[in-house]
Ligand binder design. Structure first.
Ligand SMILES: *[C@@H]1O[C@H](CO)[C@@H](O)[C@H](O)[C@H]1NC(C)=O
Ligand SMILES: *[C@@H]1O[C@H](CO)[C@@H](O)[C@H](O)[C@H]1NC(C)=O
Ligand SMILES: *[C@@H]1O[C@H](CO)[C@@H](O)[C@H](O)[C@H]1NC(C)=O
Ligand SMILES: *[C@@H]1O[C@H](CO)[C@@H](O)[C@H](O)[C@H]1NC(C)=O
Ligand SMILES: *[C@@H]1O[C@H](CO)[C@@H](O)[C@H](O)[C@H]1NC(C)=O
Ligand SMILES: *[C@@H]1O[C@H](CO)[C@@H](O)[C@H](O)[C@H]1NC(C)=O
Ligand SMILES: *[C@@H]1O[C@H](CO)[C@@H](O)[C@H](O)[C@H]1NC(C)=O
Ligand SMILES: *[C@@H]1O[C@H](CO)[C@@H](O)[C@H](O)[C@H]1NC(C)=O
Ligand SMILES: *[C@@H]1O[C@H](CO)[C@@H](O)[C@H](O)[C@H]1NC(C)=O
Ligand SMILES: *[C@@H]1O[C@H](CO)[C@@H](O)[C@H](O)[C@H]1NC(C)=O
Length: 503
């Protein structure tokens, strides 16, 4: 049998099981990669837990995502349960963002949260007044879910914003309420979000430096520790939460390495965290971001990742883990037709896998878009399969401008291969012409199992399947599982698709 015939066989085999795929008589093979993963990962590779792909939820929306004791959000509960079932561990939720900075806790308020928008054009509420029942929302996700709670960080004295007054007492009050209500599910606190943007604004004087921040952070963390347990230093604070780093060499620049040099220590810092997006939906002039120029441009994506790679290396010695605490496709609430379509799911698989090959202990993808079945959720499902069971390490196998492939090791042994094809493919194109990349697998992978993340095109949000299955409007995984197999150690990856190949 010739090469082409064996490929046709491979395709017809896949089609037999491909419930949602349109019939294709031929396949457009445009390139191939021969993969030779190392038998074991390099020694310095970070070990990852099953919840590596975790979540970040904008603070003011937590009550919507979680619901409360009498009205739990059953949709959220279901989608989190799916991930827990697959990975064997519930993900972690970092609940924070700029709205945590405008939150004020009132022990006597009966409403969970009062968060008005100042105008129709505003993208976030002007403030969030919290009452004790807000904390109920942290008790609604499946057993074993953990949370990082984003605290406010007002000036310690005479804070005029929202008439807070004693900002340190307000921070302790909020921390104390969260600590008692969330209990063991509380993984940690953040104190203030993106404070590197504060000097000269409403919140801190123009001469407020990184050193001032670190001193104040240490002081707040100490006072909270004393209040919660009487100890001077609880190791439950995630430090920094700065904006995307752009300056790693200036010793006064706001970055995690400099914060450590200024006195942020592992006695209280459980982790250090940073924020990163692939483009912005605000503060630009001219043409906005598109799929091709933002998330499907690996040169763009990886140039942003470089800073984290550098800082992860710089801080590795300190013993404080480095986390990408808030990240997603496009900042400023996301961009329609980029953040909310299949492209975001394909990007997120590649991005999270790439980060896992660096010194990151966790990646928390922000979830702030539609509460309906969001395409990017398929990336979380995909990655729950990849990191299931934990003890995972990854190595980069292919690092192209629109293609990434990874070896995944479980307890040091090669276990699976992930490949992501970030070539543009729209649902309106002629499906017969869809270009496919051939992966040539190593010896011993003759009967590898393939789970495919696919859809008719990356610019739409519908008809997405993972391993033949989809997620319905109740958050339930439906459809027959599709067991594709590699044929002759070959697997095809279409433009705008990702595959998980398991040995
Ligand atoms: C719980 O949520 C429901 C529905 O949003 C709301 O009507 C009710 O007041 C909430 N209960 C509390 C204690 O906040
Ligand atoms: C805070 O305000 C009080 C009363 O106006 C004033 O006496 C005090 O000096 C102020 N403290 C600071 C640190 O500015
Ligand atoms: C901790 O702070 C809370 C809230 O301000 C307060 O009610 C409580 O008395 C404090 N506990 C201790 C031990 O200081
Ligand atoms: C920083 O600015 C504040 C307010 O503008 C001022 O009161 C303070 O003295 C300044 N601190 C230093 C060290 O210059
Ligand atoms: C992948 O390519 C980017 C350039 O786009 C480069 O910066 C990075 O170091 C490469 N990574 C690996 C693991 O080769
Ligand atoms: C980080 O360290 C790794 C392993 O030592 C190295 O390969 C990589 O180039 C470093 N990254 C940067 C940005 O310096
Ligand atoms: C998103 O795409 C849909 C369908 O192509 C289009 O109707 C809509 O106007 C687009 N929205 C934006 C904000 O570009
Ligand atoms: C195969 O895909 C390439 C890249 O998109 C395209 O240029 C070509 O026309 C396609 N060929 C066929 C036969 O569809
Ligand atoms: C594919 O879809 C994207 C997003 O809607 C659009 O920007 C792009 O122009 C489309 N490409 C073609 C060739 O139609
Ligand atoms: C999505 O699936 C529906 C139902 O199977 C089908 O009618 C529709 O044509 C599909 N859309 C695309 C873009 O393939």
């Amino acid at each position: 049998m010739g090469f082409l015939n064996s490929l046709l066989l491979l395709i017809s085999f896949a089609l037999e099981h491909a419930i949602a795929s349109p019939a294709r008589s031929n396949v457009n093979i445009t390139r191939s990669f021969s993969l030779s993963p190392p038998r074991s990962p390099r020694a310095e590779k970070q070990m990852h837990d099953a919840d590596y792909h975790s979540f970040s939820i904008e603070f003011c929306y937590m009550a919507d995502y979680g619901g409360n004791d009498t009205h739990p959000n059953t949709f959220s509960r279901q989608v989190v349960q799916n991930l827990k079932d697959i990975a064997g561990k519930s993900p972690l939720f970092r609940v924070g963002g700029s709205t945590q900075n405008s939150a004020v806790y009132y022990p006597d308020q009966s409403e969970a949260i009062i968060s008005p928008f100042s105008s129709d054009a505003a993208t976030q509420p002007s403030h969030s007044y919290l009452g004790p029942s807000f904390m109920q929302s942290f008790n609604q996700f499946p057993e074993g879910s953990q949370y990082i709670y984003g605290l406010n960080f007002y000036n310690p004295t005479n804070e005029t914003l929202f008439n807070v007054g004693d900002g340190l007492a307000q921070c302790v009050l909020e921390a104390n309420a969260a600590y008692s209500a969330i209990g063991d599910a509380l993984y940690g606190f953040e104190i203030g979000n993106e404070v590197d943007g504060w000097p000269g604004g409403q919140r801190r004087p123009a001469n407020w430096t990184l050193q001032d921040y670190v001193d104040q952070w240490n002081y707040y963390a100490k006072v909270i520790s004393q209040n919660l347990t009487g100890s001077d230093s609880l190791q439950i604070f995630q430090g920094c939460a700065f904006e995307a780093p752009r300056d790693v060499f200036d010793s006064t620049a706001w970055n995690v390495a400099n914060a450590e040099a200024d006195g942020m220590r592992s006695n209280m810092a459980k982790a250090l965290t940073k924020i990163q997006y692939m483009g912005a939906n605000c503060h630009y002039t001219g043409v906005g971001p598109t799929i091709e120029t933002s998330i499907f441009d690996r040169t763009n994506v990886l140039s942003r990742v470089w800073y984290h790679d550098y800082l992860g290396n710089e801080t590795a010695k300190s013993g404080i883990p480095y986390v990408l605490g808030e990240t997603n496709s496009i900042s400023c609430q996301g961009a329609a037709n980029i953040s909310d379509v299949m492209a975001a799911a394909v990007w997120a698989v590649d991005y999270v896998l790439y980060l896992s090959s660096l010194r990151f202990v966790a990646t928390r993808v922000i979830q702030r878009y539609s509460p309906q079945v969001f395409p990017i959720y398929y990336a979380a499902l995909f990655n729950a399969h990849v990191f299931a069971g934990g003890n995972k390490q990854t190595e980069v196998l292919v690092n192209g401008t629109d293609f990434g492939a990874y070896a995944v090791y479980g307890s040091g042994k090669l276990e699976s291969i992930v490949a992501v094809n970030l070539a543009m493919w729209n649902s309106t194109f002629d499906q017969q012409e869809r270009p496919y990349t051939v992966l040539e697998l190593p010896n011993g992978w003759e009967s590898a199992k393939v789970s495919r993340l696919t859809s008719p095109g990356v610019e739409i949000a519908t008809n997405i399947t993972l391993g033949g299955q989809s997620v319905n409007e109740k958050g339930v995984i439906v459809g027959d599982k599709l067991h594709e197999k590699a044929q002759g150690r070959r697997v095809l990856v279409g433009a705008g698709e990702a595959v998980l190949v398991q040995k």
